[in-house]
Design a binder for this molecule. Sequence first.
Ligand code: ZN
Length: 231
Amino acid sequence: MNLRNSKILVVAAHPDDDVLGCGGTIAKAISLKSKIKILFLGEGVSARFGIGNENKKKSLDARKKRNIECKNSLKILGVNDYIFEERFCTQFDTYPLLNIVKSIENQISIFKPNLVFTHNPSEVNIDHRITHNAVEVATRPKKNSFIKEVYSFEIVCSGNWKFNKNFSPTTYVDISKFMKRKLKSWEQYKNETKNFPFPRSREGLKVLAKYRGMQSYLKYAEAFKLERELV
Ligand SMILES: [Zn+2]
């Protein structure tokens, strides 16, 4: 994974998956002069209000707030290129896969990334799983493919709660110098965090980064699985 002078497209299901899955790596890549674009396929809030209430005032207000928090979070990471598509949260299975694939293909053709980061399939959240499936289709190799590597990341929480946990990392990124920034970026999402041992807590994020760090002899690491590489 070359983080210097790369063009990295991050395909995330919801605002906050970017920072949870690869926030430290994003900050590191930007410090190494890479360009980052983030495609958020869905909003991450409306599931709390029940089916049919997605566009009611309470839900819309919460969605708006979430996007503001996301922009604050991205500012801390140094990202200014992003798109909110706002498919309904935890309902990606109600959209044709082709609809999601086309969105991703569109951004690929505009941005021309050499690296793509997305969710791994071993996740409880259905939107995360479908995002993985859609990226698998959208990044399939073609004539003159500019995408050289596709990596999947893990989401503390959704990954922890899987019955059969089979995310098996191949690649570890040293984020020791960027851990503070990842935490600060994460803390912009005021309604997402709870106290430890809830996984999506300040301590939970640190525990996972330390655990991945132990596997790679680093203080803090983010783990990825290389899904496809063209050499
Ligand atoms: Zn998510």
